[in-house]
Design a protein around this ligand. Structure first.
Ligand SMILES: Nc1ccn([C@@H]2O[C@H](COP(=O)(O)OP(=O)(O)OP(=O)(O)O)[C@@H](O)[C@H]2O)c(=O)n1
Ligand SMILES: O=P([O-])([O-])O[C@@H]1[C@@H](O)[C@H](O)[C@@H](O)[C@H](O)[C@@H]1O
Length: 384
């Protein structure tokens, strides 16, 4: 699985709406407040909120995005172009808006594509969690002529209020980013496919790191590289350390790499930066790190033929457990996923029992691979 709950691939989603598509108008204050930075420039998921909003609207299938901000409109649109955001245009004078349906978006609304697709199936509706409303052209003209932005949107009479599907909230001011990022992590941090170790140990450990990094706009591929480097450093310390305390340190590093493995995906999902390339890189680096850790345990055990034999069996089974998910994506739940495997290696190193760890790993991963392969074959008679 490559995306967070309900998050579509940018540019691919469409809602099927009998009433036709909407034009989105992002409504910003014509004059930004003098004292504080304007809310649209607050960074959410590492991007200015306005960039994020335009990106989400396009990901939801909105073809035309207008930016209404009085005289500031053209400058804001120029800024979007300079930052390579998807296309947006300055909003024409309200009286010139063509007939149609309009999704009015408040400057402080933080939402996802699922919310947009859900709201846009009807007209005359306002979201209760963020300033988003779908209205007819007359109402849109009235609201845009009235300004200022959020107050005018919240005051539209006669709309049906309803909670949002997906993620929707309102950024109170530029100091509210902490709460919004926590809420985004809650929604997009974990994945429904997470195993038990991942859910109860790794995600709680990766959460603070992700919350720290998600606002910076750091490149998720860099984070994949960092988690790889930490895991391989653990492998090297285990393999070449030669003391009980280097084994302990190596175990800690391997478990740190295990927890950091989730940070790249969490940051990518929160910042709308997921990519197939990133998913591939993540998987490939993980496999190399897995092999390095097993090699580290073999060397720590003494590097005798028996150590290599167990290491080989553990490596083959580990690769097979991962590979079966590629061969048969709907395969039954694998018990020895990477989160469990790395925890086992980390504990084996920390208690200076590398050979015992390799033997247990070899038996468990191969048993798990055989179990899942057998179930897949039983469920797919055509394969016989
Ligand atoms: N450099 C990266 C790393 C990850 N991702 C995204 O994040 C997902 C992985 O999310 P993560 O929380 O790291 O989950 P994992 O624990 O690594 O495992 P899995 O992919 O099996 O769920 C990838 O599929 C991909 O969509 C990404 O876009 N770019
Ligand atoms: O748990 P597992 O399937 O063996 O291995 C997983 C890969 O399948 C996945 O692509 C990657 O993102 C995870 O970090 C982990 O490496």
């Amino acid at each position: 699985m490559t995306r967070g709950k309900g998050e579509p691939a940018p540019g691919t989603a469409r809602w099927s709406d009998p009433a036709g598509p909407v034009v989105a108008v992002v409504v910003l204050a014509a004059e930004p407040p003098a004292a504080r930075p304007p809310v649209e420039s607050t960074r959410v998921g590492g991007r200015p909120l306005l960039d994020r909003t335009v990106r989400v609207l396009h990901a939801a299938g909105v073809r035309r995005v207008l930016v209404s901000a009085g005289r500031r409109g053209p400058d804001l649109v120029a800024g979007l172009v300079a930052r390579h955001a998807p296309p947006a245009e300055p909003c024409p004078p309200p009286a010139d808006l063509p007939p149609g349906r309009y999704l009015l978006v408040g400057a402080a609304a933080v939402f996802d594509a699922e919310t947009v697709r859900d709201l846009a199936t009807e007209t005359g509706v306002r979201c209760t969690d963020a300033t988003l409303a779908v209205v007819d052209a007359d109402t849109a003209r009235e609201v845009l002529a009235a300004g200022p932005a959020d107050a005018a949107l919240a005051g539209i009479a006669g709309l049906r209020l309803r909670p949002a599907a997906g993620f929707a909230t309102t950024l109170v001011d530029d100091r509210d980013g902490r709460r919004v990022h926590r809420a985004l992590w809650q929604r997009y941090g974990s994945k429904s496919t997470d195993g038990l170790v991942c859910r109860y140990l790794n995600r709680p450990l990766s959460r603070p790191v992700t919350l720290l990094l998600a606002r910076t706009g750091v490149w998720p591929d860099l984070l994949s590289g960092v988690s790889f480097a930490v895991a391989v450093a653990g492998a090297a310390v285990i393999g070449f350390g030669g003391h009980w305390w280097t084994m302990l340190l190596g175990g800690v590093l391997v478990q740190a790499g295990n927890a950091l493995d989730g940070v790249d995906g969490e940051v990518a999902r929160i910042g709308l930066r997921t990519s197939r390339r990133g998913a591939l890189l993540d998987t490939i680096l993980d496999r190399y790190a897995d092999l390095a850790i097993i090699a580290g345990l073999v060397l720590a055990a003494g590097g005798r033929p028996v150590d290599w034999a167990f290491g080989f069996a553990a490596a083959a089974g580990s690769l097979l457990v991962s590979y079966i998910n590629v061969l048969a994506p709907g395969a039954p739940q694998r018990l020895l996923r990477r989160d469990v495997r790395l925890l086992l290696c980390a504990v084996a190193a920390a208690v200076s029992a590398p050979l015992a760890g390799l033997a247990v790993l070899a038996v468990l991963v191969n048993a798990d691979a055989a179990r899942v392969f057998a179930m897949v074959l039983r469920r797919a008679p055509g394969l016989r």
